[in-house]
Design a protein around this ligand. Structure first.
Ligand SMILES: O=C(O)[C@H](O)[C@@H](O)[C@H](O)[C@H](O)COP(=O)(O)O
Length: 254
């Protein structure tokens, strides 16, 4: 079953595909088309990429997509929505996973790729300093552009987390800074740098992409903004548009 539903009351639109493969292919197609469309209008495009299995699968599809050359990859700014605060070459790094899935296959402009600092970088083991530097980078950009990102791509956890904003965490309640350090993440690795809701809210479009029955409850709570089960994903709203991309299983409790 593939269908498109609009939950107009929440300003979200939901696209459902009948398998995870069909889902990641659809998101890859939408992503290439949206980036090309934005570049035709603005000359460049700004994308916040995510980690997680589904997110990385999307980038793998983009790298071999038949429309991949519609995008001028040298005019895409790449940011991360979160990353694990581990050494740069640790396979757990979202930066490394996105490079292996996509960036190594398309001609990106190095100066336009902004990974979050790793734990063996200039900030050493000081995750707070690493997060503050990323927050400063985004604050500087926010001064000259309405939206920080044209698209902010986010996976969704079984507990309804997005990026590294976990239910009940201080990071999920951060009211001002655009990025913060996370310690004791329930999803390993435990130390991370993450965008905050103030940053995610500065995306023109937010795209939540997830698959599998284990996410169905969190997705239903988020899409319907269930007040009895306030999951972080429910608070994701793009300035212009909030889009859900789901497979049948993740959409099964909607
Ligand atoms: O660093 C991370 O782990 C991700 O940013 C995280 O937010 C992920 O997107 C979700 O946990 C969904 O991950 P899966 O798609 O693997 O379920």
């Amino acid at each position: 079953m593939s269908h498109h539903a609009s939950y107009a009351e929440h300003g979200s639109d939901v696209l459902v595909r009948d398998s995870e493969d069909a889902l990641t292919e659809s998101v890859a197609t939408e992503l290439v088309r949206s980036l090309a469309h934005t570049q035709a209008r603005e000359g460049s495009a700004s994308l916040a990429v995510t980690g997680g299995r589904t997110g990385i699968a999307v980038f793998e599809r983009v790298s071999r997509h038949h429309l991949v050359r519609e995008v001028d990859w040298s005019a895409v700014d790449f940011y991360w929505s979160d990353d694990r605060f581990v050494p740069r070459n640790d396979p757990e790094r979202n930066e490394l996973q996105v490079r292996r899935a996509l960036l190594q296959y398309v001609p990106v402009e190095t100066a336009r790729v902004f990974p979050m600092p790793a734990s063996d970088g200039v900030y050493g083991s000081d995750c707070a300093a690493a997060a503050a530097s990323y927050a400063d980078l985004l604050a500087r950009k926010a001064r000259t552009s309405g939206s920080l990102f044209d698209i902010c791509l986010l996976g969704v956890g079984e507990d309804g987390h997005v990026a590294s904003l976990f239910p009940g965490s201080a990071a999920a309640e951060e009211p001002l800074r655009y990025a913060v350090a996370v310690h004791g993440s329930p999803k390993p690795p435990s130390t991370r740098v993450t965008l905050t809701f103030p940053a995610i809210a500065r995306a023109a479009e937010t795209w939540l992409v997830t698959a599998g029955a284990a996410k169905a409850a969190a997705v239903a709570s988020a899409v319907h903004k269930d007040p009895t089960d306030p999951v972080p994903a429910a608070r994701v709203r793009g300035r212009v548009r909030t889009r859900w991309f789901l497979d049948d299983q993740a959409a099964s409790a909607l």
